[in-house]
Design a protein. Structure first.
Length: 142
């Protein structure tokens, strides 16, 4: 009882107003419902097809293309390799990571202290401090 009444109200009152406001044709409530049901049917058929295991893959074993694959291969013990890897010295990076760099620490603290809505003067002061520190830390760039 409610659904047909809503369809009549939508088709005769709401949709014509929307068509005038938007300047394009709007489908009726019955067409919209049909399109939704059709979309659900397509989704359910896709889900059913995805749930079925592929019988072709299960039934047909793939023949080996390489004769070496058929032969038994001895599995080598990887213990000697593991010892070599463990004994190798750990190489240190040539420069520290940005979060480990102490030269930038004070600037990051000041920048974090600005908060959500800093004034332009506060931002300019932090930027000026950062640039001054950059000149001190990297004089070869200036």
């Amino acid at each position: 009882m409610v659904e047909p009444l809503l369809d009549v109200i939508s088709d005769n009152i709401i949709f014509p107003l929307m068509e005038k406001a938007l300047g394009r044709d709007i489908p009726s409530a019955a067409e919209i419902r049909r399109l939704q049901q059709q979309g659900e049917q397509v989704r359910s058929s896709r889900d059913a097809a995805a749930e079925e295991p592929s019988q072709a893959l299960v039934e047909a074993p793939v023949p080996s293309l390489n004769a070496i694959d058929d032969a038994e291969q001895a599995i080598e013990d990887s213990a000697p390799l593991r010892e070599i890897v463990e004994e190798a010295p750990m190489l240190q990076p040539h420069s520290p990571a940005p979060q480990d760099d102490e030269r930038n620490r004070e600037y990051l603290i000041r920048r974090a202290a600005l908060g959500n809505n800093p004034t332009q003067e506060e931002m300019d002061a932090v930027v000026a401090y950062g640039l001054a520190q950059h000149r001190i830390n990297f004089p070869h760039l200036y």
